[in-house]
Design a protein around this ligand. Structure first.
Ligand SMILES: C[S@@+](CC[C@H](N)C(=O)[O-])C[C@H]1O[C@@H](n2cnc3c(N)ncnc32)[C@H](O)[C@@H]1O
Length: 288
């Protein structure tokens, strides 16, 4: 296999970033042993709060922040742009959007360009510090706040609540993911929309994730916690070399996403990896 260590590669069209060096051979072997041990015995996987803290710590790391400082400038990705542009035409002049898990503000600045008043929240302080710096550089009027999404209770509601990619995948437990969706619904105006991106992947196609999933299941044996799709991963992209495993829930099919949406009283339509979601009671099906 070709070695891309320290080389710049195109991660998405027109966005290049340096590949972090990979462990190989014996180094990789010992890395795996350490990771097995981490999944089975470390505090990281002991409860929901510990999972949140480890995820927050990872996104606060220099490696992640450096990546998102550059990524924050590229604006909306193609399919995000298609969805948001289409919604913008259906909404009033003074439309507003809340971006959850905004990082350094990539989607916030992109959505603002489409005419939305925008707010971004993220539970990772260094992400928000850098979002504020980019805001000044881009002369944006957006507002940002550091807090866990579930504790964000603003006085106003939004036309669109945009939940960034992988946000729900980082949340452990179906009930907690449904609470996230219910909270997003409570912040959405009548006839508003939730837009979200989540990773669907049959884990059996990836041996590493499959083994990590089995270890996690062992770790939680008798605790009634493990759910199909739950695993641990340290890889969050070619930019990172961090070895600490993080909890990750891969949706095993789009029916699973639909079930969680139903649990929160929502109804959604899939567009590639994205979902456009409405309050189920706002959806009028034509009678025929
Ligand atoms: C995959 S990154 C995406 C960052 C940014 N939206 C972008 O696309 O460049 C996910 C973001 O979600 C944030 N996040 C994870 N859990 C969160 C939570 N419970 N509340 C708020 N933000 C959270 C992380 O700190 C991270 O910045």
């Amino acid at each position: 296999m070709k070695n891309y260590d320290n080389q710049e590669i195109e991660i998405i069209p027109n966005f290049k970033y340096k590949v972090a060096p990979k462990d190989r051979g014996l180094k990789m072997f010992f890395r795996r042993i350490k990771q097995f041990n981490n999944i089975l015995f470390s505090d990281t996987f002991s409860n929901y709060e510990a999972v949140v803290e480890t995820t927050k710590k990872r996104y606060s790391s220099i490696e992640e922040i450096e990546f998102y400082k550059k990524f924050g400038k590229i604006g909306l990705l193609d399919e995000e742009m298609l969805i948001l542009k289409s919604l913008a035409t259906k909404l009033p002049e003074d439309k507003s959007c809340l971006v959850v898990g905004c990082g350094t503000g990539r989607e916030v600045f992109g959505v603002e360009k489409l005419g939305f008043q925008t707010t971004g929240v993220d539970n990772c302080q260094p992400m928000i510090t850098n979002a504020e710096l980019l805001k000044a550089e881009l002369s944006s009027l957006a507002t940002f706040k550091t807090c866990d999404f579930l504790t964000f209770c603003p006085p106003k509601k939004y036309d669109v609540v945009f939940m960034t990619y992988a946000l729900l995948n980082h949340i452990q437990g179906k009930e907690n993911r449904i609470d996230f969706l219910k909270h997003a619904k409570s912040l959405m105006k009548d006839n508003g929309y939730i837009v979200m991106h989540c990773d669907e992947f049959p884990m059996t196609n990836n041996l590493r994730y499959h083994i990590a999933s089995i270890l996690l299941r062992l770790r939680w044996l008798g605790k009634n916690k493990w759910q199909k799709g739950d695993t641990a991963r340290s890889f969050l992209g070619t930019h990172c070399s961090n070895k600490t495993p993080l909890f990750f829930h891969y949706y095993t099919s789009h029916f699973e996403v639909i079930q969680e949406l139903q649990g929160a009283g929502l109804m959604g339509w899939q567009f590639r990896r994205g979902w456009v979601i409405k309050d189920a009671s706002d959806v009028d099906l034509p009678l025929w």
